[in-house]
Write a protein that binds this ligand. Structure first.
Ligand code: ATP
Ligand code: MG
Length: 444
């Protein structure tokens, strides 16, 4: 993509309303634009990041056996009366009436609707386990929307729902999603730590929040430092091997990890050697929860078991917030100059800059590198504008592409280009061919 044709309305000034780095950088780098309180438009650069995150989530959810569907954002109030949540949900729910004065709502979550879909088709344990997921916009009229898309009113959610006929199956479904989440966050380039979450009146141990560590996180978190070096299950992990998955989950849950709501200063935390204790702040980016028959019982989603008995199907739900993730990743990965995208989700892999537009050798080298990179399958943002070099450097650092190729007139005359890594700041002058090879191995 040529910057001269790209819609990238960068902001020069720091927006006054932005209190934290990610919000500031997302506005300045033209990733989002606020349209109303807690409601944002995604601009081209941001849409690319959001799509890359969703692609990774899809690949890993599919790998774990989940199947993608798409449910509507607008739901009928009657469905929510069946579960009893229509009254309970309170003011976070955006309620509306259609022209026939039917009560409708913009979905804050989809347990009721998925239970309705399930009960209308599935009757037998033989059709289970089943896991259906979607990536869809949600609306919650948060009392204090803040920090941009970190806590917005409209936000994107990946929500998966599992169905099983017995406890053991429900546990296995939970483990599959747990392991899938470990892989998702590792691939995104920001490891998230699973922390025991409150299960409320349902009880049990099948609820975890996935937390990204960042200074501006809303919650204080406490965990064993060993989490930072635990191995993540490989791509060829067998999602049909329940025993293996159980073992991985045990490994990832036996170490101490708790958000402030669940944290106890005594016991396991106190027993940890001081050097192993990590007290930090964290951002919740995912939440998985098995809740058994909570919705299926009142809504009559009943299946016939192998023994011929009818029982409510046992369910779990598994959320990730891709739009919040964009902000959380920036919180965890930025510096004074701007964003530092992990390479898997960077909007473009390479930023190409000519220092002096109009210089014949420089322009020719840039054009040939641009063509070659595109042919090799790399998305490249080519700053072909006539801006001065300093402004181009600042813009590239702000938008945080992993690799920058900088072409100055002197080096260009020798067929050379400067390669700069955004994360480390490392710079090296290479021949054009060596630079392309470097990029190939960097992203391999
Ligand atoms: P929180 O405690 O932060 O309000 P939650 O417990 O209400 O989150 P869930 O209902 O578990 O969140 O939703 C699943 C995921 O959706 C969360 O882990 C988060 O990534 C995302 N999410 C929830 N609320 C918001 C929001 N207001 N803005 C952006 N993302 C959100
Ligand atoms: Mg909430």
């Amino acid at each position: 993509m040529r910057l001269s044709k790209y819609f990238l309305p960068l902001l020069k000034e720091n927006p006054k309303e932005a209190e934290i780095a990610s919000h500031r950088l997302m506005l300045r780098a033209a990733i989002i634009r606020q349209q109303a309180a807690g409601i944002y438009a995604w601009l081209p650069l941001g849409k690319r990041v959001l799509d890359k995150i969703c692609t990774i989530i899809r690949e890993e959810q599919d790998r774990a056996g989940a199947q993608e569907i798409l449910m509507p954002t607008i739901q009928s109030a009657d469905l929510w009366r069946e579960s009893g949540r229509y009254e309970d949900y309170g003011k976070e729910m955006l309620r509306l009436a259609d022209r026939q004065k039917r009560e409708m709502l913009y979905g804050p979550t989809n347990e009721e609707m998925i239970t309705d879909i399930f009960r209308s088709f599935v009757r037998s344990y033989k059709s289970l386990p089943l896991n259906l997921y979607q990536i869809q916009w949600k609306f919650r009229d948060e009392i204090r929307p803040r920090f941009g898309v970190m806590r917005s009113r409209e936000f994107l959610m990946k929500d998966a729902y599992s169905f099983d006929s017995d406890e053991e199956g429900m546990r296995a479904s939970y483990h599959r999603m747990f392991v899938s989440y470990l892989r998702i966050f590792a691939r995104l380039g920001v490891p998230a730590i699973p922390m025991r979450a409150d299960t409320g009146p349902i009880g049990g141990d099948l609820s975890h929040e996935f937390i990204i560590l960042a200074e501006t996180g809303e919650s204080a978190v406490f965990c064993d430092k060993k989490y930072l070096s635990l191995p993540v299950p490989p791509a060829n992990i067998d999602f049909a091997d329940d025993k293996k998955l159980r073992h991985i989950v045990r490994q990832w849950t036996e170490l101490y990890a708790a958000t402030e709501e669940m944290h106890l200063e005594t016991g396991a935390w106190a027993a940890l050697p001081a050097g192993d204790r990590l007290a930090a702040r964290g951002i919740e980016v995912g939440h998985i929860f098995s809740f058994g028959a909570k919705y299926s019982a009142p809504m009559g989603a009943v299946i016939t078991g192998a023994d011929g008995k009818n029982t409510p199907v046992l369910m779990g739900s598994y959320g990730i917030g891709p739009s919040r993730l964009v902000a959380a990743i920036i919180e965890a990965s930025h510096d004074e100059q701007g964003i530092i995208w992990p390479r898997a989700i960077a909007p473009f892999s390479v930023g190409l800059i000519t220092m002096k537009t109009g210089d014949k050798a420089g322009d020719a080298l840039a054009e040939s590198l641009y063509a070659e990179l595109q042919q090799a399958g790399f998305d490249c943002l080519f700053d072909d504008s006539a801006e001065r070099a300093g402004a181009k450097f600042a813009a590239m650092d702000l938008i945080g592409l992993p690799v920058q190729l900088i072409i100055g007139p002197r080096a260009a005359a020798q067929g050379e280009v400067e390669v700069k890594l955004r994360a480390s700041g490392r710079r090296e002058v290479l021949s054009a061919a060596a630079a392309v090879n470097f990029i190939k191995s960097f992203f391999a």
